[in-house]
Design a binder for this molecule. Structure first.
Ligand code: UGA
Length: 440
């Protein structure tokens, strides 16, 4: 919304939320999320045509277009628990709009939702007694965290789905005109509602599938002496495959990939397609295995016991340039190391220490064994092993000779992101290993 406000000074954008603290934070010097370049976009439009408010009803009444951008987490209870999307926030917003809106409105699904959600929204809105005339559009978001501002400024495509009726086409065109202020028209795609809703889930499933595919090959590389980065480079040069999203890692994290694939598999099953569901489910299974494989290797190489050993975990965010830790591979790695009674010391440049707690890791974890260090050197001091879990640039520039001097020997490095120079580390004296890399 800040990007729309920034690119369209004549459009008034009001972001509303019931959470007053969050609304206040968006208007302060310290935004509630860390995202490179975002502060400048927000401050450029704030107070001009970008407003933040807790007056949800007032904003609904005043708006021509309403973007529904609420959480759709995985359901934790009842039917579909652990897989289906929890749609209670979507329904609650639809009901609030139905209660207070009148005149003509366009309702835009921005949240990632299961296919056919627009049907539910339409049915609820139709119960409005104030003569509301509405169109429901789907306009999924494809930005990635850490590169959000660049992705929004120059998107590969903008997708808008709507009803293929004259009223639906008119509504889609109105939204096209908003994006056309800064996005080339041939990158703005319009489709029917269901194609748009489904494309969001499918895009994430395909991206995650590439990571699980290369991660599966990383295990084979370790077994054979091949180098996964060399394999990725060789296959990525084929223009039909392409080079992106082939970086082998300790496993993908983030709030979207796993959630969306589970949602997709649940949808497939609901539509009687168990074979399709199990095909995509394998992407998540492989990712879980990759995360555990990384920890298992640490334990094995540390002579099958990490009990009472200090392990430095570098990085806690699910990727670099964000402070988001949702579904981060670091959570699994720390949890499994703590279960083996290791003393885990975490350092992350952006994640607040208050978010790196035993509670984040799930029930039954030991607080006393989990500590947070103020910098990478403090985390590594006295550690038996270092595990790089997030690919922060600053980890590449560390003085590893200095770190080596302060560690008990043999000193181990496990690079879960393949960002370090393993040969250079081995020259210093480290027992160093990467993902899908030949051993020394
Ligand atoms: C992802 C998609 O890339 C966006 O297009 C989508 O809009 C977003 O989900 C969403 O649905 O909201 P995001 O989760 O922010 O974006 O970040 P990604 O860059 O996709 O990374 C996801 C995870 O995959 C990270 O843990 C990352 O480290 C990992 N990854 C990514 C790899 O392990 N290897 C790669 O080659 C690429």
């Amino acid at each position: 919304m800040a990007m729309i406000a920034s690119k369209c000074p004549d459009i008034t954008v009001t972001v509303v939320d019931m959470n007053a603290a969050r609304i206040a934070a968006w208007q302060s010097d310290k935004l509630p999320i860390y995202e490179p370049g975002l502060a400048a976009v927000v401050s450029g439009a704030l107070g001009r045509n970008l407003h933040f408010s807790t007056d949800v009803v007032g904003a609904i009444k005043a708006a021509d277009i309403i973007f529904v951008s609420v959480n759709t987490p995985t359901k934790t209870y009842g039917v579909g628990a652990g897989r289906a999307a929890d749609l209670r926030y979507i329904e609650s917003v639809a009901r609030t709009i139905a209660e207070h809106a009148s005149g003509e409105k366009i309702i835009v699904e921005k949240s990632t939702i299961p296919v056919k959600t627009a049907d539910a929204i339409r049915t609820i809105l139709a119960s409005n007694g104030n003569g509301l005339k509405f169109q429901v559009l789907s306009n999924p978001e494809f930005l990635a965290e850490g590169t959000a501002v660049a992705d929004l400024t120059n998107p590969d495509r903008v997708l808008i789905g709507g009803e293929r009726t004259p009223e639906g086409e008119k509504a889609m065109q109105q939204l096209v005109e908003v994006y056309a202020r800064w996005v080339a028209r041939d990158r703005i795609i319009t489709t029917n509602l269901w194609s748009s809703e489904l494309s969001k889930l499918v895009a994430n499933a395909f991206l995650a599938q590439r990571i699980s595919s290369i991660n599966s090959i990383s295990a084979l590389c370790e077994a054979t002496g091949a180098d996964v980065d060399e394999v990725a480079n060789a296959i990525g040069k084929d223009s039909r495959i392409g080079p992106k999203f082939l970086k082998s890692s300790v496993g993908f994290g983030g709030s979207c990939f796993q959630k969306d694939i589970l949602n997709l598999t649940y949808l497939c099953e609901s539509f009687g397609l168990p074979e399709v569901a199990s095909y995509w489910n394998q992407v998540v299974t492989m990712n879980d295995w990759q995360k555990s494989r990384f920890t298992a290797r640490i334990i094995k190489q540390l002579f099958n016991t990490v009990a009472d050993k200090k392990i430095a975990v570098l990085g806690f965010a699910f990727k670099k340039d964000t402070n988001d830790t949702r579904e981060s591979a670091a959570i699994n790695v720390c949890r499994e190391l703590l279960t083996e009674h290791a003393n885990v010391c975490v350092y992350d440049p952006k994640v607040p220490a208050a978010e790196i707690t035993a509670d984040t890791l799930g029930p039954g974890q030991m607080n006393s064994r989990l500590t947070v260090a103020p910098d990478a050197y403090a985390a590594c001091a006295g550690a038996h092993a270092i595990a790089v879990v997030t690919e922060w640039d600053e980890f590449k520039k560390l003085d590893f000779a200095r770190i080596f001097a302060g560690m008990p020997k043999p000193a181990f490095v496990f690079d879960g992101r393949n960002i370090l120079d393993l040969d250079a580390l081995r020259k210093i004296g480290f027992c160093a290993s990467g993902i899908g890399k030949p051993s020394a």
